[in-house]
Ligand binder design. Structure first.
Ligand code: DC
Length: 443
């Protein structure tokens, strides 16, 4: 799950986001610290932050790492130097706000943030988390507070952090800088600071941090409850019966579920057996859709079942365009659909080349791909065998999602090539991870 907390500085974002992450046992990611760290790198090389061309060049040498110290505090490391303290000065605040305006800088930062987001449950704190970086975030919060209140908080924070500066700090100056930064952040052409339409708005001016934290946690709990009860009754009953059957007879094991995100996605799996659609759908923790040959809808019992389990008929006669429209439609309604991008079932159980349709659908529907590797179904029910074997061992491994935004702006053919390559790599990586003993967390 991704929780996106946005808002201007001084709204208590960091305190709140850190605490929410701690209480929920999520990872905490402060994206402002990234822009600050980069600004530090720019200044260290004596580059004027206003000089966009030179700042762009500085991006190539920027190496960023986040570590956690023994007190469980985050340490930010730029090219081997711990800058956690140095990035909190007023000078860096101003420079960060300037370099954060440049499209190349944002693109680089967003890529790193999305990579982190795909790894685990995370609370992201920033300016554009809910609008640009994670528009699919399950919980979005936008914090605001009056400029005077924010400047006052910042003033006090600086006095505590840098007591030597007491003489030189003035509240009026900080208020002025706060307003200037707001203007910078809200009016920049790319990813300006704004509330996502589906974010909840909390004015923190007269609330304690705990009150804000409680409101956010309540939202998260509500969302978690909704997600876990999102199955219809019929779907739910068949789901649990099928799950029991697969667990008992095939010792089904599911890995990497924390890679699973809510919202629309193509669940893209390798395909070697008739068992693959049921294995993937019951491994997903929510209702999913899939395609089935039209003729199957006419088979007694099976036809009834699949019709009530979000199956959609496809026929060779109508052509790919109609099928693609059907899939895009489902994705645009926020659904998840299982597809097998290798095309038909394999004849030998090995991974096959990925067809181009997957990339086309991803970019058209602007959705995420959730790669899934299935192991064992080929042994249990290979093509040509009329019925599955009674027993066996099946596993379903969810890999980190591939986000369409990573390919945004690429020429169509190049995007297709890269998505297809990523999907192929994802399946091989998951297979290798599983074959090597399924240790730790799937890639
Ligand atoms: O949250 P902060 O004050 O540490 O952020 C420092 C600067 O980085 C701020 O001026 C805005 C910018 N920033 C951004 O543009 N996008 C983000 N996601 C986070 C911060």
């Amino acid at each position: 799950m991704i929780i996106a907390i946005d808002g201007p500085s001084g709204t208590g974002k960091s305190t709140v986001a850190k605490s929410v992450a701690k209480q929920l046992k999520f990872t905490f990611f402060d994206t402002g610290a990234m822009y600050r760290s980069f600004a530090w790198w720019v200044l260290k090389q004596q580059i004027d932050p206003h000089d966009e061309e030179k700042v762009k060049v500085a991006l190539t040498g920027f190496e960023y790492q986040i570590e956690t110290d023994p007190a469980r505090e985050r340490r930010y490391i730029v090219n081997g130097i711990d800058v956690s303290m140095a990035i909190r000065t007023q000078e860096i605040s101003t420079a960060a706000s300037i370099v954060a305006k440049y499209p190349d800088v944002r693109q680089t930062m967003v890529k790193i943030q999305r990579k982190y987001g795909a790894l685990e449950n995370t609370v992201f704190e920033g300016r554009d988390m809910g609008t640009v970086v994670f528009p699919q975030a399950e919980v979005k919060v936008f914090l605001t507070a009056k400029a005077e209140v924010r400047a006052e908080r910042r003033y006090r924070e600086l006095l505590i952090k840098f007591p030597d500066l007491t003489e030189s700090l003035s509240f009026e100056q900080i208020l002025k800088e706060t307003e200037e930064r707001d203007r910078n952040d809200m009016t920049r052409a790319i990813s300006p600071l704004k509330k996502a339409p589906d974010a909840i708005l909390i004015d923190t001016s007269y609330l304690t941090a705990q009150q804000v934290i409680d409101q956010i946690i309540a939202q998260v709990k509500l969302k978690q409850k909704k997600t876990s009860f999102s199955m219809g009754i019929f779907y739910g009953v068949v789901y649990w019966l099928a799950r029991l059957y697969l667990k008992l007879f095939y010792r089904l094991k599911i890995y990497g579920l924390s890679h699973f995100r809510s919202g629309s996605a193509i669940i893209a799996a390798n395909h070697a057996s008739y068992l693959d659609p049921p294995v993937v759908s019951i491994s997903c923790p929510e209702e999913v859709h899939f395609l089935a040959k039209e003729s199957l809808f006419r088979v007694p019992v099976l036809g009834f079942l699949i019709r009530h389990l979000n199956s959609h008929p496809v026929s060779r006669d109508v052509g790919d365009a109609t099928t693609f429209r059907l899939i895009i439609n489902l994705l645009q309604k926020g659904k998840k659909i299982i597809l097998f991008p290798e095309g038909n079932r394999t004849a030998d159980g090995q991974l096959q080349p990925i067809e181009r349709g997957l990339a086309f659908l991803t970019m058209k529907a602007r959705c995420r791909i959730q790669p899934v590797y299935i192991s064992g179904t080929f042994k249990v029910w290979p093509p040509g065998r009329p019925f599955p074997k009674f027993f066996g061992r099946i596993a379903c491994v969810f890999g980190s999602p591939i986000e369409w935004e990573e390919f945004e702006g690429l020429e169509k053919r190049e995007a297709e090539k890269q998505i297809t390559e990523r999907m192929k790599r994802a399946l091989y990586n998951l297979k290798n991870w599983y074959d090597a003993g399924a240790k730790g967390f799937p890639p």
